[in-house]
Design a protein around this ligand. Sequence first.
Ligand code: NAP
Length: 329
Amino acid sequence: MQYRPFGQHGFECSEIGFGAWAIGGAWGPQGDADSLAALHRALDLGCTFIDTAAGYGNGRSERLIGQVLRERTAAGRSEQIFVATKTPPAAGAWPPAPHDRAADRYSEAYLRTNLAERLACLGVDKIDLLQLHTWTRAWNRDPAPFKILRQLQREGQIGLIGVSTPEHDQNSVIDLMRGGWVDSVQVIYNLFEQEPAAELLDVAQECGVGVIVRVAFDEGALTGKFTVLTKFAPDDFRNNYFAGDRLPRTVVRVERIRRDLADTAYSLPQAALKWVLAHPAVATVIPGIRNVAQAEANCAVSDLPAMPAALVEKLRRHNWRRAFWYAGK
Ligand SMILES: NC(=O)c1ccc[n+]([C@@H]2O[C@H](COP(=O)([O-])OP(=O)(O)OC[C@H]3O[C@@H](n4cnc5c(N)ncnc54)[C@H](OP(=O)(O)O)[C@@H]3O)[C@@H](O)[C@H]2O)c1
C-alpha cells in the first residue's frame, strides 16, 4: 500500500481507503461476519482510512468499525487508523432545497446531539474527521454550520472538519474551501464523472484541503461486472440509481472503456482506481468494500505502477455529463 499526504494536515493516508456504506445496509443482503472480515483484511493490507456515516444502516456501519478498532487494540496492534464519519442534515429534503435554512437543518443543538451519537456508535472520544453529509450553495455566504463545527473542534470532540459534496452541485463546496471552512472534501470523481478536474480538485490542492474520492466504480458499474440482465436485490439502492434505461446505457459505455483497456494490463476495476489516483490532488480513493475478496482486489491496486499519462488522457474521452441520478427516474 502506498500513502499520500492528507492535504496540509500533517499525516499520510493510504491511497486506497475503505468505503463503508454497503456494510451498513441499502445494498442487498450483507452479513456482519463478512463486513468484519473485510475491514480486518483491508487494515491488514495497509489501509489506514475508513469512511462511514450515520446513515449507513443508522449507525450499523459505525458500530462494526468501532468493534474492529477495539478488536485490533485488544490484539496489541499500534496502527493509526483514521476514521471519517458524517452527520446528515436534520429531516427534510435530500439534497437540501435551495430555500432551506441552515439553522433548521444543521442547528447547534442538532449538531451537538448528532456528534454525541457518532462518538457513541464508533466507541471513541474524538471523531478523526466529521463531514457534513451534504450541503447547498444557498448557505455559502453564511456557512454557520461550519462555525459551530469549528467550536466543537476547539472543544476537542472533532479532529478535522469536512464536507461531502451534494451530487447535483459538487462545485458548491469550492467557496467553502477558499473560505477556509473545511479541512477535507469528499467528491464523486470517476471515469464518467470528470467535472471535478475542471476546478474543484485544483482549488483543493491550492487550499491544502484533503480530497477523498468516492464512487470510483460508479456504484459498481465501472468494475465491468454488470450486463443488461443484471438484477439487484430488492433492498439494493441501485434499483433506483440504475432505474429505467440507465443500466443498458451504462453497460454500453463501460464496454467502450473496456475496449480502450484491451491492450493494457489493467482490469476495469484496477483502471477505475488508478485513473482516479492519477490526479495529484487526490489523497485517498474509497471504493465500497463488502467482503474479503474486494478488500484484497482493491487494496492491491495501490502497488500497481502508476497509470501512464497517455492512458490517463485517452480515458478522459469517457467523461459523461448525465446530471443527477440519485433521486431515480
Ligand atoms: N454522499 C456521500 O457522502 C456518499 C455517497 C456515496 C458513497 N459514499 C462513500 O463512498 C464509498 C464508495 O462509494 P460506493 O460504495 O457508493 O460505490 P463504489 O465504490 O462506486 O462501488 C462499490 C461497490 O462495488 C462493488 N465492488 C467493490 N470492489 C469491487 C471489485 N474489486 N470488483 C467488483 N466489484 C466490486 C461492491 O458492490 P457489489 O459487490 O454489491 O457490486 C461495492 O459495494 C461508500 O462506501 C461511502 O463510504 C459517500
